[in-house]
Ligand binder design. Sequence first.
Ligand code: AMP
Length: 272
Amino acid sequence: MKILKTIEELQDVRKNITSNVGFVPTMGALHDGHIALIKKARTENDIVIVSIFVNPTQFLPGEDLAAYPRRDEADKKICEMCKVDYLFMPEISTIYSKEEILLKAPNKSYILEGKARPGHFDGVLQVVLKLFGLTQPTNAYFGKKDAQQLALIAQMVKDFFLPINIVACDIVREFDGLALSSRNVYLNPTQRKDSLLISKSLYSAATLIAKDEKNINVIKERIYKVMETLDVEYVAIVYREFNELKEIEIGNTIILVVARFNNTRLLDNIWL
Ligand code: AMP
């Protein structure tokens, strides 16, 4: 595995690749969720590029960018083990210049995650477009866990006619159901135990729907009931493109929940 730090190094490598490229963008502190994306990329492409870049423009003022977990050495070992070909680890000044053209995410990026974090998705799209330009992937891998991010990136690829196939990867969970996240390390033992109610509420909703319950309010009520002891930020049911839902459509509907544990927001969702 080769570690690349500069634009020149990456562009030099990229111009000599003529086969399929699979790309997995991450912010590091790699866990089994990231590893699943990398492994999928490995089986589906000749060359695999992973990036680790804690992107400052997707953090809002007051969100603690400096405290985001960083584990560069462990991450390098994981990438090596997963047989990654190139690991791109740029500095902030390598990616951003002082005054640059900014992307503006559409209105649907200001609901749900975008409402809690206004402007967050502008930063996500900005960095992903840059990374796409640099790596020019055939296939790019994203987790369904960040469903709104995935929908917006798929839309960006469509809107800008980028010749990139976006691959949506299933959520990887702990043995007891908690969706893996770099933020799980912030939970104390009690919060860790309570956090199980999040996935439990989603499974409970799925069971209800499997029994043919289609009433959105009834389904939401069930989810809130299961999580009644938690600080729930939102429960939402949307179409995959994050348009307003009229009725549940199996195959095109996502149920999303966010619960707060002090400053830690935990996201989860289920794709019906
Ligand atoms: P991050 O490093 O948090 O920006 O995540 C990098 C990629 O890994 C994103 O596409 C995430 O959606 C994906 N990801 C994070 N956690 C999981 C998980 N538990 N299961 C599947 N994919 C995940």
